[in-house]
Design a protein around this ligand. Sequence first.
Ligand code: RIB
Ligand code: CA
Length: 313
Amino acid sequence: MSARPTPIIMDCDPGHDDALAILLAAANPAVELLAITTVAGNQTMEKCTLNARRICSVAGITDVPIASGASEPLLGSLHIGEYVHGASGLDGPAWGEPTVPVSAEHAVDLMARLLAEHPEPVTLVPTGPLTNVALLLKTRPELMGKIGEIVLMGGSTERGNDTPYAEFNMKVDPEAADIVFRSGLHVTMVGLNVTHQALAVPEVIERLGGLGTRMGDLCVELLTFFSASYLRTWGFTSPPLHDAVAVARVIDPTLVECIPAPVAIETMGRYTSGATCVDLHHLTGEPDNALVGMKLDAPKFWDLMLEAVASYE
Ligand code: RIB
Ligand code: CA
């Protein structure tokens, strides 16, 4: 008897890797995708919302509500990832008009309503800046008991990508990240140190193209653009599919080996704001407040990803 699927809400900033993470979350029977909420990050909130609608429209994901959320971080001004995801936030393919609508509800209101209504605790899977999640925790603290876990893509046990010491999602809204990591909730951090093990190498691109489907071809187009950004910006020969690793951790926790550790968010550093200070050797005496992803079973991850993409036309 298979276990009941884990109910999840994805809070994202599509974004090429967010888009494939949505495909994985919507296709895999181990999770039940209750909603997609969007947050400004890779692009403006408006463009990220349009991109969530685009990928869901093409994939035929019509039963998952999409709600838009914060258009800027809690403090400071928005800093977008156009240098990686392009002017649209999902550059590469030619997109038609989306057919999937956006909800009239604000993302935080939709998350709160679903948490209140769902009979069991829900896992939040943020794959963008944590602004919406922080707003939820601060404005609806009575619902924290309905959050089973937060499995987020962000941070790093090593160096950053958006700045030398800060990963993009954490850098956009360090204060929001600080709120989440100090919340006392079960937080799993899927950081760059583990997502950089999920490289869409040529063999993966060939497997996607070999599906001979419209979705397979669309993923090739997305990853081709994403690959060029990664080569130009960081000298990567293949792009890491960051956000899908967080979803994969929920689907099958054995895919991502994690260790408990204290994680603090730098919010004051002139050069280090947004850094995730992961105390791997417990030097600070601080308590563990997160599970930190360390090792990915990459072959199994890509089999899961290919299986998901193959389930679409
Ligand atoms: O640093 C990588 C993260 O930032 C990913 O979630 C990517 O989509 C961007 O949001
Ligand atoms: Ca993202």
